[in-house]
Design a protein around this ligand. Structure first.
Ligand SMILES: [Zn+2]
Length: 275
């Protein structure tokens, strides 16, 4: 049994080419096979955290997360430069289909989405040529599939591409600026409400946009109000394994494209995490 847990993140919006290094979907597909081959066990985040708390977490357990919630998490998508994309959903399904009936894996991804429909529509227009990459028509099906859970990645990411956000108007557009009770609540609670209404399940986890957590959000707001909003834990992007020393409201996570950019890179990350 282990108290260590590895959380990995990919972004299905990170598609600029067709190879591992420039396409997170290709990387995810290869990484699933490699995780299996290297002896890691893939479990849903909720199950792994519960097993960890109960002292029954298997050695070398990994959880998969997808940030931002582009349609390429779920839908086949004809990308203007990279061609037809096989979504994360299909990559998880092919991996799962190839497993034996008694497999140790329960392939699943926690998908952290931006909730605000207006923010997603505006980002689509401003940054994504109105390609329709930020729709939410698939969220409920994803939750029902048993292969994905839709989780909270804030109301609008306090994103600089938006004309206005729930964050403070007089501060830089990053998530460190979300540091008062009013702005923390505005970025988190309506997001959980909207996701619950739209996707049929209230999020249990929050992932900080860009991995940025103000001291107030991480050490005061979430410990005080997180449970009443329905949240059990929050994920950052500090590279490292979850250990017994980890802050439940700032769990570390490795990110594809930053912490590894090749299959060998992932292998090195896993070696470090297990050491
Ligand atoms: Zn994000």
């Amino acid at each position: 049994m282990s108290s260590r847990l590895v959380l990995l993140a990919w972004h299905s919006i990170n598609v600029t080419g067709t190879t591992y290094a420039d396409n997170d979907l290709v990387a995810l597909g290869e990484d699933l096979v490699r995780l299996d081959r290297l002896g890691w066990t893939i479990l849903p985040l909720g199950d792994a955290l519960a097993a960890r708390a109960a002292g029954t977490l298997p050695e070398r357990t990994v959880c998969l997360t997808l940030d931002d919630g582009s349609v390429m998490d779920w839908h086949r998508f004809d990308h203007p430069t990279a061609g037809l994309q096989v979504p994360a959903r299909d990559r998880l399904a092919s991996f799962a289909r190839a497993l034996p009936a008694d497999s140790r894996h329960r392939p699943h991804a926690s998908v952290f989405v931006l909730a605000s429909p207006e923010a997603r529509a505006e980002m689509d227009r401003v940054d994504y040529f109105s390609l329709g990459v930020w729709g939410d028509d698939w969220w409920a099906a994803a939750n029902r599939s048993g292969r994905m859970s839709i989780e909270n990645h804030s109301w609008d990411h306090n994103h600089p591409s938006l004309a206005r956000t729930a964050g403070p108007a007089d501060r830089p557009r990053d998530f460190l600026a979300i540091d008062t009770e009013a702005t923390c609540r505005a970025e988190i609670e309506p997001a959980s409400d909207y996701i619950e209404r739209t996707a049929g399940r209230r999020p249990r986890y929050f992932a900080y946009p860009w991995g940025q957590a103000s001291d107030y959000l991480r050490a005061e707001f979430l410990p005080t109000f997180g449970a009443s909003i329905g949240l059990d834990a929050a994920l950052g992007c500090e590279p490292g394994p979850v250990t017994s020393a980890s802050d439940r409201w700032f769990l570390p996570r490795y990110v594809c494209g930053r912490d590894w950019t090749s299959p060998e890179g992932l292998e090195a990350v896993l070696r470090d995490a297990a050491a």
